[in-house]
Design a protein around this ligand. Structure first.
Ligand code: NCD
Length: 303
């Protein structure tokens, strides 16, 4: 992983397993806080976020600090990017400061891959356009494993704006490498047929009941209006057709795990009753984000 972590697609099952297993060591015991380590003492991690983020940015920052690294956060709004500096000039400037790794989120698919060809340091993709969000898929897998013990043979429904979701793509790649049956569901305008072909064992449906019946995990997605150039589905009807409500959850396995990468829009893609229910693992996902990102940073920075 000398080049960092750019996507899930190019990782082997063994590499993914290694990160998921190591992340268990970083999970705090119930009621405890995260332990501190000295592994990355003296190293500098730059968090370079060109798109807004709450969970991902802060958890990368906490993860790096828990490992003893120094962290520098740069957001587009507060940097020279807002003064018109090009990506290459921003990257050259950062490179001259010689950080040990860069964690990057960008609206353009492939931006971290470009950066990794440009700078001789590990780059960690924190979400690139509609392409991939590898650490999200890893933390989602950790969360499923915590509740189910295995991924093999599970049935997972991913529901919502599949077309614009890097979370969906990374999860499809990861889950299908582990023998999970993935069902993708959303309005036809947000469910491109090609996405079913990116991995084996993926099926598509526009019907939410069909998608949810007997599944082990329901992953809800936000409608990414910022990536849609025209309205793909009437906002007023979205919740009626694709909003997750208690009656849907009843169709799934009795111990179904309900997930959402956040930010959630209550009353749009998920009802409060479901989001706040026992079956919801949404806050476990957030917590696991730190442990998984510690495992990723340790791996990519291990000298
Ligand atoms: C996701 C993202 O940014 O891709 N959020 C996250 O990282 N937790 C999903 C989203 O924004 O809807």
């Amino acid at each position: 992983m000398r080049r960092g972590l750019l996507d899930i697609e190019s990782l082997t099952r063994a590499e993914i397993d290694g990160i998921l297993t190591r992340s268990k060591d970083f999970q705090p015991a119930p009621g405890q806080t995260f332990k501190r380590f000295e592994t990355l003492r003296g190293r500098t991690v730059v968090n370079l976020f060109f798109e807004s983020s709450t969970r991902t940015r802060t958890s990368f920052e906490i993860a790096a600090k828990r490992l003893g690294a120094d962290v520098l956060a740069i957001t587009a709004a507060g940097s020279s990017v807002s003064k018109g500096e090009s990506l290459v000039d921003t990257l050259n400037t950062l490179g001259a400061m010689r950080p040990d790794a860069i964690v990057m989120r960008h609206a353009a698919s492939g931006a971290p891959h470009f950066l990794s060809r440009y700078l001789p340091i590990p780059i960690v993709n924190a979400g690139d356009g509609t392409h991939e969000h590898p650490t999200q898929a890893l933390l989602d897998a950790r969360t499923i494993l915590d509740r189910r013990g295995t991924l093999e043979g599970l049935r997972v429904a991913i529901i919502g704006d599949i077309a614009h979701s890097r979370v969906a793509r990374s999860n499809i790649f990861l889950l299908s490498k582990f023998g999970v049956q993935v069902v993708l569901c959303g309005p036809a305008s947000l469910l491109p047929r090609e996405i079913g072909q990116i991995a084996p064992g993926v099926t598509l449906t526009t019907n939410m009941e069909t998608a949810i019946r007997d599944v082990d995990v329901i992953m809800m997605l936000r409608v990414q209006l910022e990536r849609q150039h025209e309205a793909a589905f009437p906002a007023s009807e979205y919740f009626q057709f694709y909003g997750l409500r208690p009656e849907h959850v009843e169709l799934a396995k009795p111990d179904v795990v309900v997930m959402h990468p956040g930010p959630i829009n209550r009353g749009r893609e998920i009802s409060s009753e479901v989001a706040d229910s026992q079956r919801s693992a949404i806050l476990n996902q957030v917590e696991n984000g730190i442990a998984v990102r510690m495992a990723v940073l340790e791996k990519v920075l291990a000298a």
